[in-house]
Design a protein around this ligand. Structure first.
Ligand SMILES: [Zn+2]
Length: 334
């Protein structure tokens, strides 16, 4: 464990750690609560004897985390797959309001959105209010329960909707943030891995945290996909017709937001309009069969062309051996 100068780690911090590591796996509320409180403490610059944090501030941070994890990767935040946690239902409602107001299906971090400009500031405020209610009702007091004890991490006023942290404790939280953040993230990710079947959960969470969710250009895959060109040039994977240079696009058959990875075995040429990102296409069983056949032919073509000394060749071979196309498709459709 961690040691402070001259002794065991501070008891207040170790109480936080105990609570975080002992949370049940019903949903991720307590992690959102802990992380949001930490952020409020770190941003606070006030100078009183205690730091008072109102539930609206915590709710705004929780909404930020849930929005970003949902709009990019639609991560499942609770163990009951039929009934998502209500904070996620509120978050999804706001995402849908945002999409209607802007007409955009492109994911966007909440920090970058001007809700007033889009005419949905009221919807945002309502969402914060709903999350505030859930925090008050379910999370704020339950968080303090540890085995049969009640931890004194903060004083709580549920009626007025705030918590207060002593100044010395707030300073400890700031001092130990490098310890506490990773523990919260670790626990949150563990929960997500137990609820979600999607691959690369921890990579997704980290990318969202660090604002590094990027799509890389796929042009480097053209040299392989072009090996499949017939007499008619490049053919669309979905409709089978020729694609002109202006209409060409490379598509992830199993969506990128699910895989969070570019893999040759999952990439095909198609007409721009048929791109899964735009139409939210779910691959059908016949798409999956076609992709399996395509991969067989592609690896033959790569062998003929002498392109066997690349990571892409090895990965494609592995994907065929391990039946990735079908395995990931089955897990994706749930
Ligand atoms: Zn097409």
């Amino acid at each position: 464990m961690l040691y402070e100068r001259g002794g065991i780690m501070n008891e207040y911090i170790s109480d936080w750690i105990k609570v975080i590591l002992n949370c049940g796996f019903d949903n991720t509320y307590k992690m959102a609560w802990a992380k949001s409180i930490m952020e409020c403490v770190i941003e606070d610059r006030s100078d009183g004897e205690e730091l008072v944090i109102d539930f609206d501030s915590i709710a705004e941070k929780a909404l930020k985390h849930y929005w970003n994890q949902t709009i990019y990767f639609d991560l499942i935040q609770g163990s009951n797959l039929k009934k998502p946690p209500e904070m996620i239902t509120y978050t999804k409602k706001l995402i849908s309001d945002y999409r209607k107001a802007t007409g955009s299906t492109q994911p966007m971090r909440i920090e970058k959105i001007d809700f007033r400009k889009h005419g949905i500031q009221r919807n945002y405020n309502e969402t914060v209010k709903e999350i505030h209610k859930t925090l008050k009702k379910d999370v704020s007091w339950r968080f303090l329960n540890y085995e049969s004890e009640k931890m004194e991490l903060y004083s709580l006023n549920r009626k007025e909707g705030w918590i207060a942290i002593e100044k010395t404790h707030a300073e400890l939280l700031r001092t130990y943030q490098e310890t506490l953040y990773p523990i919260i993230n670790y626990r949150w990710t563990q929960m997500l891995e137990s609820f979600n079947f999607a691959p690369r959960i921890s990579k997704k969470v980290r990318a969202i945290d660090e604002d590094k969710v990027r799509r890389s250009p796929l042009t480097k895959y053209r040299q392989y996909l072009d090996l499949m060109n017939g007499e008619n040039g490049r053919l669309c994977f979905y409709c089978g017709k020729e694609i002109s240079d202006r209409e060409i696009s490379i598509d992830h058959v199993i969506p990128w937001t699910y895989m969070f990875s570019d893999d040759l075995w999952n990439l095909v040429y198609c007409h721009k309009g048929e791109n899964s990102r735009k139409s939210n296409r779910l691959p059908t069983e016949s798409d999956i069969e076609d992709l399996e056949i395509r991969n067989q032919r592609l690896i033959e073509k790569m062998s003929e062309a002498g392109k066997t000394k690349s990571k892409n060749y090895d990965q494609l071979q592995l994907a065929i051996e391990k039946d990735y196309v079908r395995q990931f498709w089955i897990s994706f459709k749930g």
